[in-house]
Every structure is written in structure tokens, then in C-alpha cells.
Design a protein around this ligand. Structure first.
Ligand SMILES: C[S@@+](CC[C@H](N)C(=O)[O-])C[C@H]1O[C@@H](n2cnc3c(N)ncnc32)[C@H](O)[C@@H]1O
Length: 168
């Protein structure tokens, strides 16, 4: 499938449209019924939240200032603040652009999954995919966060993420 875009259940998306189902399945395989409330930060149209809610019965809310979420998906147009992270059992950033840092900082307070797409981490440096993952890993190491690097089964290169685990 082309990385330039594709269709998923009648909707058009940039990148590999399989990512929503793959990420939702990964969340369920990793956290199962131990979590309920999810913040889908920079969730765009909300396809990931829709699958998390319909297929797995989670309560996932999209945070995205663009406000163009699909009908029936719970959404907010405010920017996500790491201070609000502890309310959620999991904070996800799937290709979160400017929200990359708030998602990673949420790891101090709850479980997170960040799958960065571009360098919105440190704009003083040029960071490719692997260097970006390294920088976020360094932040986790410095803050004593338990995490692992994961390769998700959708078309790369933006299919590498970090999942972190928080003891509440
Ligand atoms: C590359 S799109 C990814 C959307 C979706 N997660 C996906 O995979 O299709 C990045 C999204 O980040 C949103 N965004 C940018 N800054 C944000 C912020 N501070 N808080 C929440 N969302 C933000 C944009 O509006 C945009 O919808």
C-alpha cells in the first residue's frame, strides 16, 4: 500500500490507513482490560478512537484543535496538557506533530504510547526517525520511566513507537 495515502472504511487518510486498526489491536494486546479511559492526542479525524471504542469498548477521547473529528467520536478541541494526563489510563500520540512533547511528558503520570512522525521534539536539531526515538528514549531514561520500543505492523518508516508503563 502507498504511504501517500489510502482509504479506510470509506474515509481518506494520509499515510497507511491500516495504522488505526494496528495501533488499536496493539493497545488491547498490551493493556487489555487493565485500562478504560484513553486520550487520543492529536487524534485528527478520530478513526483510532472509533476503533478503540467500538471494537474494544474503551472510552477514548480525541484531543485535536482542528475539530474535524468524525461524528460519534468523543472529542475536544483544546490542546492536551500533560497536567491532565493522570485522569487517563493511557495517553496515545499517533503521529502527534506539535503534541509530541505533551504526550511524552504524560509518561510521568500515566501509561503512554507515542509514535512520532516528525521532529516536533527539539527544533534546534535535525532529527530523523531513529534519532527522534533516541531523544525521547533519553528523556524517559532521565526520568526513570519504564518503556519499550515497538515496531508496529503498518507501513513505515513512521511505524516505530515507545510504549511506557506507569505504576499508579
Ligand atoms: C499528522 S496529523 C495526525 C492525525 C492522526 N493521529 C492520524 O494519525 O491520522 C497531526 C494532528 O495533530 C494535531 N495537533 C497539532 N498540535 C496539537 C496539539 N497541541 N494538541 C493536540 N493536537 C494537535 C493537528 O491538528 C493534526 O490533526
Amino acid at each position: 500500500m502507498s504511504t501517500k495515502g489510502g482509504k479506510y472504511k470509506g474515509h481518506k487518510f494520509h499515510g497507511d490507513p491500516q495504522r488505526f486498526e494496528v495501533v488499536a489491536d496493539f493497545v488491547f494486546d498490551t493493556f487489555g482490560r487493565n485500562i478504560e479511559y484513553i486520550a487520543d492526542v492529536a487524534g485528527g479525524r478520530g478513526m483510532l478512537s472509533r476503533i478503540l471504542n467500538k471494537k474494544y469498548n474503551y472510552k477514548s477521547t480525541v484531543f485535536d484543535p482542528r475539530g474535524y473529528t468524525l461524528v460519534g467520536v468523543d472529542s475536544r478541541t483544546d490542546e492536551f496538557k500533560p497536567e491532565d494526563a493522570s485522569y487517563y489510563d493511557l495517553v496515545i500520540g499517533l503521529h502527534p506533530d506539535e503534541a509530541t512533547r505533551p504526550v511524552a511528558e504524560s509518561a510521568l503520570a500515566t501509561n503512554t504510547l507515542v509514535i512520532p512522525c516528525c521532529n516536533f521534539w527539539d527544533q534546534t536539531k535535525k532529527l530523523g526517525r531513529d534519532a527522534l526515538i533516541e531523544e525521547i528514549s533519553k528523556y524517559y531514561d532521565e526520568n526513570g520511566i519504564r518503556y519499550k520500543k515497538v515496531e508496529l505492523d503498518f507501513e513505515g518508516p513512521k511505524n516505530i513507537g515507545l510504549v511506557s508503563f506507569h505504576q499508579k
